[in-house]
Design a protein around this ligand. Structure first.
Ligand code: SAM
Length: 279
């Protein structure tokens, strides 16, 4: 049976209507599903966490590879349908719930190598990416995100698409584009294209204070058209001249704008610029 027929049969069987507010655009392109599986390289020894199992097209492929799969789905109708459809797979645990409200820190305390996968709901994609990349137990992430988010994540210094998310994510991980996915690969078709990314964890040890780093990055991008001396001064409440002096002393051009700075430069600014009440 074609993937589209399989997905739509499931809707019919469980009297299901896709919800736009939950980002429910389901994959129906088997080549893309294969590509995701190839990128994850599932192994019998693996633990895989899937975010937003949906109609289970990816879940089933992963579970058949033999490792342990934990699939989270917020939509109770879908979650219950998947529990029935996949009841024979003993290596699958389906959790009906909101991924942003579930902590796996205790469950994965001993695990250092959970592979995270998801065709991420657009409305929480950035939140999930930033939250998950920091987890010690995550080995890598293979995620589908809106094209615009992918471009933001991969934007190099000097690119206007660079933003707070780019710098913070790049501190924790290194993203790689695997493939672009057209709207027709989903049912109902998505409004915009998506991109499949693999994000590997990075070694990180250069920051003196993570909160300080967050505050500096946030401040720099809050007035993104201005020179960083101005945005940092205004947002952090630090005298402009002392910022200028500090930037010069660490070899950073104070006239640059946030989007022109490298991650290394942000780290250097954060390590050298004390911020009151960093949050
Ligand atoms: N993985 C499936 C696929 O590729 O066909 C579904 C992808 S669909 C883009 C996103 C899925 O995430 C939907 O099934 C939606 O119900 C689910 N979802 C949305 N918000 C969620 C949340 N906060 N926690 C868990 N799942 C969520």
């Amino acid at each position: 049976m074609k993937l589209r027929d399989k997905v739509e049969y499931l809707w019919y069987k469980y009297n299901f209507t896709p919800r736009r507010d939950l980002g429910q655009n389901f994959l129906i392109d088997s080549h893309i599903v294969e590509k995701i599986v190839d990128t994850i390289k599932p192994d019998k020894k693996d633990t895989i966490l899937e975010i937003g199992a949906g109609t289970g097209v990816l879940t089933e492929k992963l579970v058949k590879k033999g490792g342990k799969v934990i699939a989270v789905e917020i939509d109770k109708n879908l979650g219950e349908a998947l529990k029935k459809e996949f009841k024979e797979y003993l290596n699958l645990k389906i959790i009906c719930g909101d991924i942003t409200q579930i902590s796996f820190d205790e469950e994965f305390k001993q695990a250092k190598s959970v592979k995270l996968v998801g065709n991420l709901p657009y409305y929480i994609a950035s939140l999930i990416l930033l939250d998950m990349i920091k987890k010690d137990w995550v080995k890598f992430m293979v995620v589908m995100v809106q094209r615009e988010v992918a471009e933001k994540l991969l934007a190099k210094p000097g690119n206007k698409k660079r933003g707070r998310l780019t710098v913070l994510m790049n501190y924790y991980g290194q993203g790689e584009k695997i493939i672009d996915i057209p709207p027709q690969a989903f049912t109902p078709p998505s409004k915009v294209g998506a991109t499949l990314l693999k994000i590997e964890k990075r070694e990180r040890c250069k920051l003196k204070d993570e909160n300080n780093f967050f505050s500096v990055v946030k401040a720099a991008f809050s007035l993104r058209r201005k020179m960083i001396t101005n945005s940092l001064s205004k947002e952090l409440g630090i005298n402009k001249d002392s910022i200028k002096e500090k930037l010069e002393s660490i070899g950073i051009d104070w006239r640059k704008r946030a989007e022109d700075l490298t991650e290394e430069e942000f780290i250097s600014i954060s390590n050298n610029l004390g911020v009151k009440n960093a949050h």
